[in-house]
Design a protein around this ligand. Structure first.
Ligand code: ADP
Ligand code: MG
Length: 724
């Protein structure tokens, strides 16, 4: 009796795999944004006035009149139908990390029974999906379901090609009939508006007169794993929870560091080429790709874009990656920690703010000490991270990201800011009331005559910081690989808006006391550093010393799990921040807490249930099969007068028994439902349930190392992690 049929079949399928044939590839000039109704396409198809109005809306968020919407709708329909689309869909971004779509045909029938097509401005502007079918955190009762999607003209519509045909996709916001945001886009747009008006105030006070609308930008680096799909389907844990709940460490892991930036396997190269081709057609500027630290792990990073567009594109990128992987016989794992003991996946969110008149306000130039704009904006970020670090931790909280944060490979769960030596010096000098000439990086002499000398960056890189300045932007490194970038962007824009408003208030006072702009700004920044400089940290964020000092000496919060972090959304500071800036009402904020807490609870519960199930129906039976084989063999040998050492059988039996005891405890814990609050429930899951899951896993993983390979039912780490 062998119980590893699925695994054997997977191995057979995989041995036949070859890189997919992509056929002839088209030049970039031909495919770039060919499926996007962007400004260039609008200029071709709209009247001069309509185009001017759309362009203004696109670039500044100015409102669009209904007549123009009608004209745009007609042009959009013509274009989409010329590309083969028969359907259109509002695409929106509910409070999950996924996207949602509601497809409608362009077709209507005439009284004579003929098919005609229709797509008016009103169909473009508004859709009506069922508002109660998406997470809403008690905002809507099931019987009061009305929800609306509304066109976001600042994010371009595009065509999605699937085996089911072409569909015109229209990026939308999603709100309840009562007007509350039920999505991730509305707060992002509002946070941008709040940041813009606060930034305008500061720049005006600093003497600027011509100030274009400010926008935040985002470039997200996406890490992911690829495993062969045949292995994935043989693993219920991967199929249902996106990660392995069991699996002993392989003999060869990432200890050789030979995968990072190493040669990319050919099948993966072809996959990358295919997704990049698809992304280019969708106007997503995929720019770099490489192997990541762990075997089977890779990264893709598009060039940065306006935050709202980048967020939509990031969602689309995840969809394209998952879909394309299937065609290549892979499964693309976006989970933060698919394999225990192997490096996890993050999504570094690079973020800055700027406009067309003042440029990137987080670019220090060569002499940051003379760049007042930069100092004010960077100071505002420092203040923001200090005051709202717990919010930044909360927006990246999820059951899956908890496996990364605080572990010795990922940014710690304590939010601090890394500035680099040169900048840290500048801000410390401001705090001390002196401004010194900063040290230039100086020329880097590698001592190799054949390598050209280049100017060294003024600051080193710090991989251990959750929030690092990287030359002309901040990089929020603690974001999880499966998460939407919207939450982090909302938190960053909003904390910046708040800090800039605070700076503007102080500047007003200082300026009216007769100070010039430079000394007024430096005075305000001195206060920022005195009150918030504690959050600046350039050392090793992974070290136990920092974990102690951050809390004990610096007063920063360590929020290791989502159960600790999510309740921060309900704090007075956070609720005040969102209300003041107009980004989220208290009701909207509370609904978010409920939705995210529920997601946390559900995902751990699903995993626990699955674990009980797999341990009982797959792993224990494998142990029993092996034991009965050993027992039969030992009996047969005994008849021949040979005694088989029974230590293996004893270990298997001991571990199998211990496994089922742990499974029993886990089942019992799952059955507990009498919690005083959601917080209590989350804490119980984070502590007791996760602890028991670790216990179950430990016994199962030991069994994997004891039981005959041919009996083991689940594809092993050594098989899944090394792609052929
Ligand atoms: P690294 O791995 O060194 O951090 P990558 O090139 O992989 O660098 O990714 C850096 C990301 O930061 C890219 O998406 C890039 O476009 C983005 N980026 C660069 N400048 C800015 C900026 N001003 N604002 C936001 N993102 C930026
Ligand atoms: Mg990076």
């Amino acid at each position: 009796m062998s119980s590893n049929l699925a695994r054997t079949q997977a191995l057979q399928t995989i041995s036949q795999r070859a890189p997919m044939d992509l056929g002839k590839t088209e030049p970039l000039s031909k495919i770039w944004a060919c499926d996007v109704f962007n400004l260039a396409r609008m200029e071709e198809s709209l009247s001069k006035n309509a185009f001017k109005a759309m362009k203004k809306t696109f670039q500044t968020g100015a409102p669009l009149d209904p007549a123009t919407a009608d004209v745009v709708a007609a042009a959009m329909k013509e274009w989409a139908m010329s590309k083969g689309a028969k359907f259109f869909s509002h695409i929106f971004y509910p409070m999950t990390n996924a996207t949602a779509e509601k497809h409608d045909g362009f077709i209507i029938t005439s009284p004579e029974g003929n098919a005609i097509t229709d797509f008016s401005g009103s169909l473009l502007i508004k859709g009506e999906p069922d508002g109660s079918s998406f997470p809403n955190g008690s905002i809507r009762a099931t019987n009061s379901a009305r929800g609306y999607t509304a066109w976001d003209p600042t994010s371009p519509a595009y065509i999605m090609h699937t085996p089911n045909g072409a569909t015109l996709m229209i990026p939308c916001v999603f709100l309840s009939w009562t007007g509350e945001s039920l999505d991730k886009k509305i707060p992002l747009l509002r946070s941008n508006t709040a940041m813009n008006s606060a930034a305008q105030r500061v720049l005006k006070l600093m003497g600027e007169t011509d100030i274009a609308t400010l926008n935040s930008s985002c470039g997200a680096e996406q890490e992911y794993f690829l495993i062969d799909e045949a292995y994935a389907v043989a693993r219920p844990d991967i199929m249902l929870s996106g990660r392995t709940l069991f699996g002993a460490a392989p003999a060869k892991g990432q200890q050789f560091d030979d995968h990072y930036f190493g040669a990319i396997p050919e099948r993966v190269q072809v996959f990358m080429q295919d997704i990049e081709d698809k992304l280019y057609r969708l106007g997503i500027p995929a720019k770099t790709h490489h192997n990541e630290v762990a075997p089977g792990q890779f990264e893709i990073a598009p060039y940065f874009e306006a935050a709202n567009v980048a967020a939509d594109h990031q969602q689309l990128l995840m969809t394209v990656m998952k879909m394309t992987a299937k065609n290549h016989g892979f499964m693309c794992l976006l989970h933060e920690k698919p394999f225990a003991g192997v490096n996890g996946s993050g999504k570094h969110v690079n973020w800055s703010v700027g406009n067309s008149t003042q440029g990137n306000l987080l670019d220090p130039g060569h002499t940051p000490e003379e760049n007042l704009h930069f100092l004010a904006f960077c100071g505002a970020v420092i203040r923001g991270v200090h005051l709202y670090g717990p919010l930044l931790r909360a927006v990246i909280a999820s059951a899956s990201n908890d496996h990364r944060l605080g572990a010795n490979e990922a940014p710690p769960a304590i939010l601090s800011v890394y500035l680099g030596d040169q900048l840290e010096q500048v801000f410390n000098d401001i705090k001390a009331g002196k401004i010194l000439k900063t040290e230039k990086g100086g020329n880097m002499d590698l001592g190799l005559s054949q390598i050209l000398h280049f100017e060294r960056d003024p600051g080193d890189r710090n991989r251990t910081s959750p929030f690092a300045f990287t030359g002309n932007r901040f990089e929020f490194r603690a974001v999880g690989s499966s998460q939407s970038v919207s939450g982090p962007l909302v938190a960053m824009n909003t904390m910046l808006a708040d800090s800039l408003n605070w700076i503007a208030d102080k500047l007003e006072t200082e300026l009216s006391s007769g100070k010039d702009v430079t000394s007024a700004t430096l005075t305000v920044l001195k206060v920022v550093m005195e009150q918030h400089g504690n959050v600046v940290f350039g050392g090793n964020g992974y070290s136990p010393e920092w974990h102690k000092a951050a809390v004990a000496e610096r007063g920063l919060k360590n929020l290791p799990t989502s159960a600790d972090a999510l309740p921060e959304l309900l704090s007075q500071e956070v609720s005040g921040l969102f209300e003041r800036t107009g980004v989220l009402t208290p009701t909207e904020l509370h609904s978010r807490f409920e939705v995210y807490a529920e997601q946390y609870i559900n995902s751990i519960d699903v995993e626990a249930k699955l674990m009980v199930n797999m341990a009982t129906t797959m792993i224990y039976p494998a142990a029993v099969t092996y034991l009965s084989e050993l027992a039969a063999t030992a009996g047969n040998l005994q008849e021949l007068g040979i005694t088989l050492d029974n230590s293996v059988a004893t270990s298997v039996a001991t571990e199998a028994n211990a496994l089922m005891v742990a499974v029993g405890k886990l089942s019992e814990a799952r059955a507990k439902h009498d919690f005083d609050s959601i917080q209590d429930h989350m804490t119980f899951l984070a502590g007791t349930v996760r602890g028991l899951m670790t216990e179950v896993r430990a016994h199962a993983d030991t069994l994997e190392t004891l039981i005959a390979d041919e009996i083991w039912p689940l594809p092993k780490y050594s098989e899944m992690l090394f792609i052929k």
